[in-house]
Unconditional design. Sequence first.
Length: 678
Amino acid sequence: MQAESPAIRIVKGACPHDCPDTCALKITVENGRAIKVQGAADHASTHGALCTKVSRYPERTYHPERLLRPMRRVSRKDEAPRFEPVSWDEAMSDIAARLKPIAARDPEAILPYSYAGTMGMVQGEGMAARFFNKLGASRLDRTICASAGGAAMNATYGHRLGMHLRFYAESRLILIWGSNSIASNLHFWTYANQAKRNGAKLICIDPRKTETADKCHQHIALLPGSDGALALGLMHELIRNGWLDQDYIDNYVDGWDELRERALQWPPERVAEVCGISPEEVRGLARDYGTTSPAAIRLNYGMQRVRGGGNAVRLIALLPCLTGAWHHRAGGMLLTASGWVAPFKNVDGLEKPELLAGRTPRTINMSTIGDDLLRESSAEFGPKIEAVIVYNSNPVAVAPESPKVVKGFQREDLFTVVLEHFMTDTADLADYVLPATTQLEHLDVHASYGHTSVLINEVAIEPVGEARPNTEFFRLLAARMGFDDACFAETDEQLARQAFTSEIDFEALREQGWQDLPLADAPFANGGFRTPSGKALAGGADFVPNYESRASTPELAARYPLAMISPPARNFLNSSFVNVKSLRDIEGEPILEIHASDAASRGIADGSMVRAFNDRGSYLCKASISSRARPGVVNGLGVWWRKLGAAGSNVNEVTHQRLTDLGRAPSFYDCLVEVAPA
């Protein structure tokens, strides 16, 4: 470790981004300037390593295009954006003056829009939730990433629970299902690679031949949205060959008879037809899973972004219950570990739901924001949305069916305030853009959904320019709106100290930088799921087909025969880091991966410009003829900012707003398109 001098300090931090790794950071500050961000070597899951993105955090913090002053719009929203700088005092006075008459008519006409630009409990929804609860604004259903899988885990295990990350190193078989772990879950990959060196077999299940698939022993390239069918096919073979732990099923699974009857309707031949793979692949995968112990599944969120995503997660989560894999600490599965930390969180203390004073405002789904911004007032919908405050999100780039999202945010009668680091696609359509602090400039505390420790992020540097934390914006706005409740005067440190229950010692957390949760190594060895019965719940889980596919919509598929998925580009994280030059230089430009056979039949040359289109829109980008795409499926890597695209659009030009079977989540990867030379 570098010795500290009067000019050099080492500050404890935590990665704030929407990634399961939630790394512990070591930030080197010299003469008040952050010069290096590293992973903490003594944090078990971080073990000193960071992804390319976060290791370049100083480049992002000191980016020449960093937003440094409050900005007020002076152009129309349907023309090139023009802004003028204003003072914080002037901006806050005007924002409050614009919001007050709307709130007086109906506070539900005001909508917060936020997600995981920071996963911090302080700079996320703490002070913000207090403000919107006091106001009585519409509530936001935060569904855009993980709610289908979360609802599935709640329905099956009673909470969002899974195995410990570090024990994957001891597994003998690992199914990496719907996850490009090398790009999006680096520290899991370290453990998986350790298991591989020790003789474990790694199998990647993914429509795309990802960088992770390259490193696995086998890649099963199923069609998008067919994961639930594959899980039922595996169950069919487990039953037929007697590869079940009947004692575990009898004691710890409810609804087995119903599930067994359903699984027996899915022989390998039927599964193969639905999944676009061979019956031998189904049988071989079942044999590996049913006869290897301990066997583990690392499930990720890509496969739940289709109509039947929730049920698919339910079915996959039941697999380790049928084989008794949960008996072993290196067996079971992990989609999210966020349920483990839930009892240690003091959410009500942070968000103060009592400020609602008995009101129950309507809820707007963030995944349907395109439609909802264009709705008029009605008895069913409620008041027309007149104002939106956006923080920790970039909806114009990330929300589905972006032509409608753009049209909604272009409304001249919509008052939009955006808290941001940069002039994103959403900021370009705002009335006010206010400079927010980055992770190096504010205090926060973090939980993880990929491991089982909580972390603190200390202030490393003074805010650049006039940037202020999200918490400070909502404190200032509360005061301008006349909210004098004592909770709005609480400091960030007071918020951080009350974020967790007393089982988490704040001073110890501050001293070490993190604290591990007290959990059993093999949490479900003897049942103990968080359901009322203590058993995993199998009843009702079934395969649900896509909205858009050759099987479910043959007439649509005749016009748009290619299934499109839009996985994240390796060097971006959703729409974060897209404007970091060194990372964008690695990515190059927006591309659409297409299989050689699909390209040849359409007269598409490698590197040529193409249109991916359907009834919703048309996306212009460069074609990459690639073995990473399987026949019949194209991969539109995202999420690029629209204004950095070839025609001012990105892959969400063609996605739709229909929701998943569970969790009210978007179906980004349930999308048919045609591709043609531009």
